[in-house]
Design a protein around this ligand. Structure first.
Ligand SMILES: [Mg+2]
Length: 397
């Protein structure tokens, strides 16, 4: 089998927002500046309105001479551009099943391929190659990886974009528990720029969520790169009485010493890694004792191939890998082929994962807090032509 072409398409359609979950924004790295702190939500999905809004997503297609096409998306247009400019020349005419060779070549072909958008581009290609292999052999990807280790995977509810007023947090936390989620994650709205009043409001969210769910549901909290060491240590110590399962990404990902210090001093488990790349990036995090939970994202860190290596590495450190949930399917296939000790849960972003699957014929959503496994060959992404109102080929040639 040989790769004959790589194509990128922008799909356009209309997405139905649902009301009843008022606008919320999470703290971020730019929030040290007042003009950024006062911004509204970044995503229309976070807004409280029943409305139809335009939706547009980019997909990558890897064609072969045997009529099998590997498909992955949504991806960022930046990834498509990197594939076209740097990766394509190393893929055309090559055997797509020899994916270890191709990953190695793609990671060596440019000295900037190690992180960022170029590694995210390699990730997208790796996903297409796994899709091709599954379609060629007639098996879902988790079967090719040695799974399933379970019939279904527990999902945790990730509440990005949900309202963070205490009464709404209480109501929604109870609802997630009732739906069967064993754990739920909330996003802090405030950081150092909001002073002590902001810290009190952050703590109120933690206390309210714990009061809502009792002691038999795990709670996690995400600071989305928006804090500093002292703030994180003070928050961690104040949160400890509510027994969070973890505090996520308190500071920017390269500040590994800061992670380790927060982990030593804050008195609660620390999670991170959704913005880290490859086994080598995670080796530094683990060697530095910077995290208790590894959150590599298959879409960004190097694809499913690299996730398998990161899982092996993390398991040797006895740290769980709970992949970041940028998209559902790659993480689901991976988790379904790992020990439940190594990969206990799937992250499911209640508002955003349905949007990312808008153009997919089969949508993967948890039921009773559990995610069933795909049975389609490959990754399981099939486009729903009825939802595609326009498709544009991206072309930089
Ligand atoms: Mg996060």
């Amino acid at each position: 089998m040989k790769i004959t072409d790589i194509r990128y398409e922008r799909l356009e359609g209309e997405y139905a927002l649902s009301a009843g979950q008022a606008a919320a924004r999470q703290v971020g790295a730019l929030d040290i500046y007042p003009e950024y702190r006062s911004r509204g939500t970044r995503h229309p999905q976070s807004e409280d309105r029943d409305d139809i809004v335009p939706i547009s997503e980019v997909y990558v297609f890897v064609d072969t001479d045997e009529g099998i096409t590997g498909l992955f998306g949504p991806i960022y247009v930046d990834q498509a551009f990197q594939i076209e400019m740097h990766l394509r020349q190393h893929l055309i005419g090559r055997d797509p099943l020899a994916s270890e060779r191709l990953w190695d070549v793609l990671s060596r072909q440019d000295r900037h391929a190690r992180k960022g958008y170029m590694m995210m581009a390699i990730s997208a290609i790796d996903m297409c190659l796994w899709d091709i292999r599954g379609k060629a052999l007639g098996l879902p990807v988790y079967r090719l990886l040695g799974g399933p280790t379970r019939d279904a995977v527990p999902a945790y509810a990730s509440a990005l974009g949900f309202a963070i007023e205490p009464d709404k947090v209480y109501e929604q936390a109870v609802a997630f528990k009732r739906e069967g989620y064993v754990a739920q994650k909330w996003f802090f709205p405030h950081g150092p720029g909001d002073g002590r009043a902001g810290m009190e409001r952050n703590l109120l969210i933690v206390r309210t969520a714990r009061e809502a769910v009792g002691n038999d549901v795990d709670l996690m909290f995400d600071a989305w790169l928006g804090w500093d060491v002292n703030y994180a240590v003070e928050m961690g110590r104040a949160m400890a009485q509510y027994q969070p399962r973890w505090l996520e990404e308190p500071v920017a990902p390269d500040r590994i010493g800061a992670y380790a210090e927060i982990r030593r001093r804050a008195g609660i488990p620390i999670a991170g890694g959704e913005h880290e790349y490859t086994r080598w990036g995670f080796k530094v995090l683990l060697d530095s004792e910077a995290v208790d939970v590894v959150q590599a994202d298959p879409d960004w860190t190097g694809g499913i191939s690299e996730m398998v290596k990161i899982c092996a590495l993390a398991s040797a450190f006895d740290k769980p890998v709970i992949p970041h949930g940028h998209s559902v399917l790659p993480a689901l296939h991976l988790i379904a082929a790992q020990s439940p000790e190594t990969c206990p849960w799937l992250e499911y972003l209640i508002k955003f994962n349905p949007q990312k699957q808008w153009f997919h014929r089969t949508k993967f959503m948890p039921e009773g807090g559990m995610m069933r496994l795909p049975d389609q060959p490959g990754l399981g992404i099939e486009l729903d032509e009825e939802r595609i109102q326009a498709r544009t080929t991206l072309n930089w040639r």
